[in-house]
Write a protein that binds this ligand. Sequence first.
Ligand SMILES: *[C@@H]1O[C@H](CO)[C@@H](O)[C@H](O)[C@H]1NC(C)=O
Ligand SMILES: *[C@@H]1O[C@H](CO)[C@@H](O)[C@H](O)[C@H]1NC(C)=O
Ligand SMILES: *[C@@H]1O[C@H](CO)[C@@H](O)[C@H](O)[C@H]1NC(C)=O
Ligand SMILES: *[C@@H]1O[C@H](CO)[C@@H](O)[C@H](O)[C@H]1NC(C)=O
Ligand SMILES: *[C@@H]1O[C@H](CO)[C@@H](O)[C@H](O)[C@H]1NC(C)=O
Ligand SMILES: *[C@@H]1O[C@H](CO)[C@@H](O)[C@H](O)[C@H]1NC(C)=O
Ligand SMILES: *[C@@H]1O[C@H](CO)[C@@H](O)[C@H](O)[C@H]1NC(C)=O
Length: 466
Amino acid sequence: MATIASVWRRLVTCLSSLKFYLILLCLVATVFVLLQICSFQITQHSLSLPPALLTYLKHQPEQQSENKTAYLVEKLRESVTFLPLKDIRFSNKPLEGHTWFMSSLLDNQTKGEAQYQEFPADSSNGRLLCLKGIDEHDGSWNYYALAWPEALPTNAMLQEGLTFVSYNQYDYGNLWHGLSAAFPFVSWSLRNQCEKPQKWVLYHKGELRYWMGNWLSEILTATYGQEPEIIHFVDKNKPVCFEKAVVMRHNEGGMSREKRLEVFDHLRCKVRNYCNIASSETSKPRIGMTLLLRTGARSFKNESAVINVFKRECERVDGCVLSVSYSNNLTFCEQVELMKRTDVLVSPHGAQLTNLFLMDRNSSVMEFFPKGWLKLAGVGQLVYKWGANWSGMRHEGAWHDPFGETCKFPDTDKRCMSLVYKNAMIGYNETYFGEWARLVLGKVNIRKKEEIPEHNHVSLDVCSQC
Ligand SMILES: *[C@@H]1O[C@H](CO)[C@@H](O)[C@H](O)[C@H]1NC(C)=O
Ligand SMILES: *[C@@H]1O[C@H](CO)[C@@H](O)[C@H](O)[C@H]1NC(C)=O
Ligand SMILES: *[C@@H]1O[C@H](CO)[C@@H](O)[C@H](O)[C@H]1NC(C)=O
Ligand SMILES: *[C@@H]1O[C@H](CO)[C@@H](O)[C@H](O)[C@H]1NC(C)=O
Ligand SMILES: *[C@@H]1O[C@H](CO)[C@@H](O)[C@H](O)[C@H]1NC(C)=O
Ligand SMILES: *[C@@H]1O[C@H](CO)[C@@H](O)[C@H](O)[C@H]1NC(C)=O
Ligand SMILES: *[C@@H]1O[C@H](CO)[C@@H](O)[C@H](O)[C@H]1NC(C)=O
């Protein structure tokens, strides 16, 4: 019996401890599941934010609650990023597409207009343009950035009003290159209620320029009624941000012929008024022929021979008067006045020919080149042919001197251009010049006869809109 009872007791103990174990197992399982759920929720949190940032954010709320706006504005200010103005990744194609100047920004391509950028604008999300750097030798050490007006970069100076920012691959001294750079700005003003710039910023390959040639300066003074003021950047740590800025980096590229004609008409009118040249025809010969001569590079070898040919041909035409002038010793207004009197401009290829748009519309241009240019000078030699077309003049062709200095390399070698031909002098062919002059004067003579004579009003021209 004792054995039975002891077995029974053991069985009960065993069973009750099994129940205990089962309960324990249940508890452990529940806790495990709960833990799993908790850890799953935590994992979900940390999926999107790294732990370091979580720790950082935990410490922020106290600061933020003081003034959240001021805090965010400060962050915005610090996040303004300056990029190099000249992006040397594009140095093999500096003028293509968005160019290497402010290469991260796109142009506004309005039909018939030069490509341009305006700040602030929708495309900049209302941000202003800021410029930084004082480098005059390497454009990759000057910088640009966009910044919201409420969060301009630290140390920034705000330039009020409208600023024209010009990028030029060439220079601001040469008449043609300078005018090409300024031209699209004038067009912009014409379609923006004649808005005038308060300041100018000039870049050449991203390098700052504080000077423009006198001729260009006079053109702009005449156009805007005030001398162009160029901003000087003095402190490389102080950016300048512009209340309003217009950037041109393609010269007049993209403009339609109609638009160019309109701008040239406007410039001609403004400049004549500025120089106080009345539209009275009394001082103007019936046909004005002008020999605009150069000294040095690309001058005529025998000027008296050339003058004699054109003098002879001019004298054969009723009312034709020949003027002979040197471009380098005429004041700006003397050039403007001379062009007003000119119907046929006779001149070697060179910057002085930029003046051609200052003649009355439909006037003629005869151009001369030294030996070698036709083959080696590329499309650049056509600029005055284009300039004549764009300003409503007639380019009557060009004479290419077949003779000249010999080059030690073959005739087609590019080195000959820079070494010999570029600045060579120009000869003459009496027969050719004579026949050519007769032909052009004949056409001008017919045109003048058909033209209704203008009224003899002495008032100044009324320029289109501005
Ligand atoms: C918070 O900062 C902004 C920007 O600095 C300021 O305009 C505003 O008045 C400040 N607000 C308070 C409550 O201080
Ligand atoms: C381009 O200029 C036009 C006219 O000012 C303007 O309506 C348009 O929004 C501009 N486009 C861009 C991309 O800036
Ligand atoms: C210039 O040409 C004329 C002929 O038109 C000639 O008499 C004169 O000798 C030439 N002068 C020079 C320096 O070659
Ligand atoms: C203009 O320059 C030319 C050549 O440089 C010179 O012969 C002429 O006398 C000058 N004329 C005036 C008005 O200064
Ligand atoms: C220029 O010539 C064209 C065509 O010959 C003529 O229609 C136009 O009226 C002329 N313009 C001026 C300003 O004389
Ligand atoms: C100007 O060039 C265009 C196209 O190249 C041509 O159609 C037009 O007749 C030219 N105009 C003048 C006045 O030469
Ligand atoms: C001068 O021009 C005429 C007419 O074009 C031409 O016949 C002649 O060959 C030229 N003379 C020289 C020396 O090139």
